[in-house]
Design a protein around this ligand. Structure first.
Ligand code: PLP
Length: 379
């Protein structure tokens, strides 16, 4: 298994990322949207997986474009050697750098368009723009009452050669609920905006709306291009549905100390766990500063050699204790404990998410601290 840490006394907490799995997940997503291009969403350092490495994997798996939040994220990919089309959709400045690096820009207001136009004049090259339309998420995207002004601004900017409107897009409020009627509302609102743009002479060629969940479940939302994120990493896009996606990130720690406890001994701060019998415990160097959420204290199990063992007592900043049972479970110092990921018997990030009341996106992007990223399955 790729999940084993070399037995070299390398006492590292690792986020082991399998790029072959990311390519596999990308192919699954692409197969669900045969008529659309795939823009892989690599924001937030590819959901904590490492944007540059993930970029190569998604492109190998059939994605042809990459979407990120900020201009900085996009420029870093370009400087890292990524030549695929890049779209950035949340920055309000830095557009000169974007245009210079051939990064497409999402705009959500006439003010942002004005800044893009000014940047295009400075750089001396047109900006390629995707107008983001707010169809009911009420987050970013141009509000309906400002759309006519943005449209007129786009028409003027195309006329003087500072902007090329390539895309029109929106983002869904209920993407992970495939039956939700609001999906229809947003689809129709986007289509109406596209029709209005075309009626006024604009010619966007990339209309897009679908996140992972909508890509996998709602062909009517595919339009020209889909924007999957969580599915690429093997998260759970639609609770309760299995699409054959596999977790790409395995969060694992070495067992660094094994010791005997007697019945009645308390473990970790506050002694919230008292050994109910003589037992053996193992220590792993993984705590809440690394992304093992403290509210999970005493509520998770780790997988060691395919067997599950409970974590006991409070999760600390740097360490957590595992109850290996009276016979020690056959576990030795140096063995690998998988916290979550792709290993026999291991939890997945969504299991943790359910317990702490969040989503696996937050668990995955929360792996940090001393966790060292390692990569396998390089394309
Ligand atoms: C994050 C994001 C996505 C990807 O969403 P997933 O649910 O992770 O597939 C797509 N589009 C936009 C605008 C986003 O911000």
């Amino acid at each position: 298994m790729k999940t084993s840490i070399p037995a070299t006394g390398l006492e590292r907490l690792t986020a082991q990322i399998d790029l072959g799995t990311i390519a596999h997940n990308t192919r699954i997503v692409a197969d669900h949207a045969p008529g659309a291009a795939v823009m892989a969403v690599l924001k937030a350092d590819a959901y904590g997986h490492g944007a540059l490495q993930v970029a190569r994997a998604v492109l190998a798996g059939g994605a042809t474009e990459i979407g990120v939040t900020t201009v900085d994220e996009a420029v870093a990919l370009r400087e890292g050697g990524v030549t695929a089309p890049l779209l950035s959709w949340l920055s309000t400045s830095g557009f000169e750098r974007a245009i210079d690096a051939d990064v497409r820009i999402g705009v959500s207001s006439p003010r942002q368009l004005a800044a893009v136009v000014a940047a295009a004049r400075t750089v001396g090259r047109p900006a390629i723009v995707h107008a983001k339309v707010d169809t009911g998420l009420n987050r970013n995207g141009v509000a309906p009452d400002e759309w006519p002004a943005l449209r007129e601004g786009l028409i003027a900017a195309e006329r003087d050669g500072t902007v090329e409107l390539q895309g029109l897009f929106t983002h869904l409020a209920h993407g992970d609920e495939p039956e939700h009627p609001f999906l229809d509302v947003q689809r129709d609102a986007l289509a109406a905006t596209v029709a209005d743009a075309r009626a006024h002479g604009l010619t966007p060629t990339q209309v897009h709306a679908a996140n992972s969940a909508a890509t996998l479940t709602r062909p009517d939302l595919h339009f020209d291009l889909v924007r999957p994120g969580i599915a690429l990493y093997g998260g759970v896009p639609v609770p309760g549905r299995d699409f054959g996606l596999r977790p790409a990130l395995t969060f694992a720690a070495p067992v660094i100390l094994v010791k005997r406890l007697r019945k009645g001994d308390g473990v970790s701060y506050g002694h919230t766990w008292i050994a109910p019998r003589d037992t053996v415990v193992g220590l792993i160097p993984a705590g809440y500063a690394d992304g093992v959420w403290r509210p999970l204290s005493g509520r998770i199990e780790v997988a060691i050699g395919g067997r599950r063992f409970p974590q006991v007592g409070r999760v600390c900043m740097d360490q957590s204790v595992i109850d290996l049972g009276p016979d020690g479970g056959g576990v030795s110092e140096g063995d690998t404990a998988v916290l979550f990921g792709d290993a026999p018997g291991a939890d997945v990030a969504a299991d943790w998410a359910e317990k702490v009341g969040t989503i696996d996106y937050e668990i995955l992007t929360g792996v940090r601290g001393r966790a060292v990223r390692t990569y396998t399955g390089e394309q």
